[in-house]
Design a protein around this ligand. Structure first.
Ligand code: ATP
Ligand code: MG
Length: 348
């Protein structure tokens, strides 16, 4: 069956970085993969022009008519409450049950690791961030002089995330660390710890422990090498993975894949760089497309195209090692030149 991808360039620098990876889809097709893709217009422009965020029929087309989504970014200063971003990205994560957000940190260049005496090749951490619950998903309340946010954690969602994290740690033969603050967030993170304790017995081969998130951040900066898979809720996972972005060259490099471990729908993954829409860079040929390339590689691997994923990651590595760099990496290449430098290293 034809693999169908939806491309949602979105807002800000999203369309600029997405444009650089589209020729890679042709390259995949030229290698004999049966692939078709369509571009979808959801984002701030569309919302401001028509009031449409993500119409129901469009959502159903994505859910039932595609295998995965390549996503740029959403977020636009002209929509200050972020309503359209919530209605697109949070909606897709929630209603496609893309419960796990994998954010690997595998630095490709020595110069990208700001820690002294830590060789790049010895760092390989994957954050498994819960994607559907926690404090980003419920509406809070603001009153004069008082503001309240809510965070909900449910046993099925925590179990699903931790099972996926254990499975990955077992596959890699690495340690699993569960980040929490159960000492103060007794209810929500208490539930995380109970679920963790309940399932760890079924994974005796994985060295696993819970760790207070604040102590974890300190330990990561001191020495990231002992860590393998880190599981965390939505909020802590966001903080930890942005810290790890700094170990791999910064926001412009870090990739992510949101995916559905149980594959309830045809569309089971959404690839997007860790960075957002970066309005300060728009239209200036300054955005680094590397994170978008590496996210695309994660999607290829999820689709079962490991050779293409590896070839793409290799192309990025060789380009960086050859000195290709955008200004955020200390170089002078623009978005398009950086994209071309990476693509030129793709082998047939
Ligand atoms: P979000 O809420 O969507 O995470 P954010 O407010 O965290 O968004 P980002 O869009 O992630 O903001 O960007 C933060 C800053 O990092 C930007 O202002 C920009 O300077 C830098 N940045 C982000 N993405 C890139 C990129 N691809 N290339 C270069 N610099 C980037
Ligand atoms: Mg951010």
């Amino acid at each position: 069956m034809t693999t169908r991808l939806a491309v949602i360039p979105g807002d800000g620098i999203g369309p600029e970085v997405v444009a650089e990876v589209l020729p890679v889809l042709d390259w995949v097709r030229d290698r004999g993969r049966d692939l078709a893709w369509d571009r979808h217009p959801w984002g701030a422009e569309r919302y401001l022009a028509t009031g449409e965020i993500l119409p129901e029929t469009a959502f159903e087309t994505l859910r039932d008519g595609t295998d995965g989504i390549l996503f740029g970014a959403v977020g636009d200063p002209r929509v200050p409450d972020g309503r359209h971003a919530e209605g697109i990205l949070l909606r897709l994560r929630r209603d496609l049950e893309l419960a796990v957000n994998s954010r690997p940190c595998r630095p490709l260049l020595e110069a990208h690791v700001p820690l002294k005496d830590v060789p790049a090749g010895q760092v390989w951490i994957e954050v498994f961030r819960e994607n559907t619950e926690g404090p980003y998903c419920l509406k809070g309340v603001s009153e004069p002089g008082r503001a309240t946010d809510f965070a909900e954690h449910s046993e099925p969602a925590v179990r699903r995330l931790l099972e996926a994290a254990f499975a990955r740690a077992a596959e890699r033969g690495c340690a699993l660390t569960v980040a929490h603050k159960a000492n103060v967030l007794k209810h929500g993170h208490g539930l995380w710890l109970r679920v963790f304790e309940a399932i760890r017995a079924s994974h005796p081969s994985v060295p696993a422990r819970g760790m207070h998130a604040d102590a974890l951040l300190c330990a990561l900066v001191q020495d990231p090498r002992p860590f393998g898979v880190i599981a965390a809720d939505n909020y802590l996972g966001d903080l930890i993975s942005d810290l790890l972005a700094a170990f791999q060259g910064g926001m412009g490099v870090a990739p992510s894949l949101s995916w559905a471990p149980h594959r309830p729908y045809r569309c089971s993954a959404l690839a997007e760089p860790v960075h957002g829409s970066a309005p300060d860079l728009v239209g200036r040929d300054l955005a680094n497309p590397t994170g978008m390339f590496l996210s695309t590689a994660l999607l290829f691997r999820h689709l079962g195209w490991a050779p293409e994923a590896q070839a793409l990651e290799q192309a990025v590595t060789v380009a960086l090692q050859g000195g290709a760099a955008t200004p955020d990496l200390g170089g002078t290449l623009g978005t398009r030149a950086m994209g071309a430098a990476i693509r030129s290293r793709l082998t047939a």
